[in-house]
Ligand binder design. Structure first.
Ligand code: AR6
Length: 346
């Protein structure tokens, strides 16, 4: 029995010596301390002191544990400390990655709890959240407010309203990079992911998005449902299901597409979200002609902003294809015309 306990104590110590730290993530300092305490406790249970050499080694890990906790706080002096306690370069590397670079929340692990992750993300400030992103991000400040460029004359369909114009952006690129309150997703009825922009959003957000989506019982065409955005720079994803167009667009499809935009905006404002980006819903796999969809998108946003201008700061039309960019550039002045400059008195 005594022999087995002694072996256990030695094993506990050995665990500490051989890279348990590398897989222990950010709990590394705690693990080191625990290992040391376990070693001491095992020896106490034996009621016979271990060899002085073995104890010295256990004490050394205790010191490393205490020192690495303070390192974690101050994140400096790692090399000096390693020299002082004789840590190898490999052990130092595992210590430094596990104490500073690794975030405390694993958003890309299937086994993480999505409710817990969502709660933690909500309570984090922007800087802390930025440590979690795996992709480049584009902050709101880098997304310019829309202003007409070139010679794109187009008959205005609404009155000029400079206040509303300041709330509009046309962004050309990947919606998953936007660091804003919410990105809309052109999903399917299962909400469990797919191709196109839906696939990009799920890939960027990681497996917890699918886990949360699985609790929502799908989504009907034209409706919208909100989830966390997990690994994305955005805070939330608002999923909507656009209409599928087989031959031509009828009233039903047009109304359904309008509902998508309206319900996404309504979901955003209901949740006090002030910046929202839209992809060109239904215009990919679902076959809605982009030159018709652009009118539905712009009209619905314009009318929503007129009624709710105090509730939103920015609506971003995110275009992925050059042809869509050109369509929006052409049609934006019809829905968000510029005011005429004041007449000169001369
Ligand atoms: N960022 C912004 N826009 C994008 C991105 C991106 N990363 N990727 C594609 N787009 P689609 P749908 C544009 O087919 O027509 C999925 O499988 C794309 O160029 O993604 O509503 C779902 O699961 C196009 O302009 O959505 C559904 O089954 C727009 O996003 C189905 O597709 C929409 O194209 C939904 O079809």
């Amino acid at each position: 029995m005594a022999f087995q306990m002694s072996k256990l104590a030695a094993r506990v110590w050995l665990l500490g010596s051989f890279g348990v730290t590398s897989s222990a993530g950010n709990r590394c300092p705690t693990h080191l301390g625990l290992i040391s305490r376990l070693a001491h406790r095992s020896f106490r249970a034996l009621k016979a002191p271990p060899s002085p050499g073995l104890l010295r080694k256990a004490d050394k890990w205790e010191k490393v544990s205490t020192a690495s906790k303070s390192l974690h706080r101050r994140s400096g002096g790692a090399v000096k400390l390693a020299g002082a306690v004789g840590l190898s370069a490999g052990a130092l590397a595992s210590l430094s990655t596990s104490t500073s670079a690794r975030p405390e929340l694993n958003l890309h692990s299937e086994s993480s709890d999505w409710t817990e992750a969502k709660k933690k993300l909500c309570s984090m400030d922007k800087e802390k959240r930025r440590e979690m992103y795996r992709i480049d991000f584009i902050p709101l400040e880098k997304i310019p407010v829309w202003s007409p460029s070139g010679d794109r004359s187009c008959t205005p369909r609404y009155k000029a309203n400079e206040e509303l114009n300041k709330k509009i952006s046309l962004f050309s690129g990947d919606i998953t990079k936007l660091e804003i309150d919410a990105v809309a997703n052109a999903a399917n009825k299962t909400l469990l992911g797919g191709g196109g922009v839906d696939g990009a959003i799920h890939r960027g957000a990681g497996p917890l998005l699918r886990k949360e989506c699985a609790t929502l019982n799908g989504c009907e065409t034209g409706e919208a449902k909100i989830t966390g955005a997990y690994g994305l720079p955005a805070k939330y994803v608002i999923h909507t299901v656009g209409p599928i167009v087989h031959d031509s667009v009828g009233d039903r499809e047009e109304q359904a597409l309008r509902n998508c935009y309206y319900n996404c905006l309504h979901t955003a404002t209901k949740n006090h979200l002030r910046t929202v980006a839209f992809p060109c819903i239904s215009t990919g796999v679902y076959g809605y002609p982009p030159d018709q969809a652009v009118h539905v998108a712009l009209r619905t946003v314009r009318e929503y902003l007129e009624q709710n201008h105090d509730k939103l700061d920015r609506v971003i039309f995110c275009v992925f294809l050059k042809s869509d960019k050109e369509l929006y550039e052409t049609m934006l002045p019809a829905y968000f015309p510029q005011g005429s400059p004041p007449k000169s008195k001369l």
